[in-house]
Design a protein around this ligand. Structure first.
Ligand code: IMP
Length: 174
């Protein structure tokens, strides 16, 4: 289950430029608010690290680890929390940072779950969006790039735990 790299879909320069724009927009939208940014592990770790440095407002960070695809390319829709937040989000301005929305099952489940914890507001930010694969209706508040229906890796995203350390986002063929 290694997969082979086909082509660069989004270069590191394009990513950096877009992350800067997202950070500026988020900074404007939260200009008078203290933000709590929640990164969804493991795929968002590089995006999260770059994004928070482009946000010029005071913020706190935390992470959640959710059960993922394992070695399969297809979402099961069954999500489990493997590592939860270290604190309450009640009354806080919360933004979830995801690597990619595919079927939408993970993010839909997560937003429903976190809303039960009564944050003051809850928004979502994803680096990549594959709307053509959507099973449930969910639209991110902030999105880096809309991409076609290909399996991509790099910049934090993996295929069977490989390729997370690539600087560009590349298409991989199983
Ligand atoms: P969803 O529940 O189908 O929206 O899946 C979301 C999760 O599936 C993401 O957080 C990724 O971990 C994983 N995923 C979906 N598509 C890709 C891809 O093209 N490359 C790497 N991981 C992916």
């Amino acid at each position: 289950m290694e997969g082979s790299i086909k082509e660069i879909l989004i270069s590191r320069e394009e990513i950096a430029e877009r992350v800067k724009v997202l950070g500026e927009k988020i900074s404007r939208d939260y200009f008078d608010k203290k933000l709590m940014v929640i990164g969804i592990l493991k795929g968002s770790f590089i995006f999260m690290a770059d994004l928070v440095r482009e946000i010029t407002r005071p913020l706190e960070i935390d992470f959640m680890l959710l059960s993922s695809y394992g070695n399969s390319l297809q979402s099961s829709g069954q999500v489990n929390i493997l590592k939860d937040l270290g604190q309450s989000i009640r009354g806080k301005e919360v933004m979830i940072v995801e690597d990619i929305i595919d079927t939408g099952l993970t993010l839909k489940w997560l937003t429903d779950t976190l809303l039960l914890r009564e944050p003051s507001s809850l928004r979502t930010c994803t680096l990549l969006d594959k709307p053509s694969r959507r099973i449930v209706e969910i639209t991110p508040d902030y999105n880096g790039f809309i991409i076609p229906d290909s399996f991509v890796v790099g910049y934090g995203l993996d295929y069977s735990e490989r390729y997370r350390n690539l600087s560009d986002i590349v298409i991989v063929e199983p």
